[in-house]
Design a protein around this ligand. Sequence first.
Ligand SMILES: Cc1cc2nc3c(=O)[nH]c(=O)nc-3n(C[C@H](O)[C@H](O)[C@H](O)COP(=O)(O)O)c2cc1C
Length: 159
Amino acid sequence: MKIAIVLHSQTGVTLQFANSLKARLASAGHDVSFTQLQTAIPIKGGSVRQKMDIAITNLPDVSGADLILLGGPVWAFGPSPVICEAIKLMNGLKGKRVLCFVTMGFPFKAWGGKAALRWMDRIAAEKGARVLPGSICRRGKLEADIKQETERVAALLLA
Ligand SMILES: Cc1cc2nc3c(=O)[nH]c(=O)nc-3n(C[C@H](O)[C@H](O)[C@H](O)COP(=O)(O)O)c2cc1C
């Protein structure tokens, strides 16, 4: 199976989770492509609820992928505006299985994580994706959450 992982990560936490997913899925024999989104002007904060000028310089073509994982940090009780911009611009989501994932600083998933996933799921669904239950890792329990969520996602995707 061809799997595309596309993520935004400012300080490396979501990148760590994405790398764990990549290693697990690749070890199961899948062809995993990996893109950490970059922007022309660094985006260090903000909210999807405000208008922002986000110029992504490396938006990948995911039209050849069977399955797409989309990730980013929680910002201001919502998703990363960078991954949301990428989802909006991305071609090739229609009819595909998509799973969103986030990392967050607060200890409770209800303090931004769940809302971020709902937002990302909604805009992926608007692009015609078949959205799977997403994943949240908290910085305070990062190692344990990454381990648990990596296995859950692998079981879900590779069943
Ligand atoms: C601008 C900004 C806003 C944030 N807002 C939240 C928030 O609402 N809830 C939360 O749990 N963490 C919040 N955080 C913490 C990040 O979600 C957390 O550190 C995340 O793991 C960073 O991921 P990254 O290293 O991939 O960028 C915020 C961080 C930044 C920089």
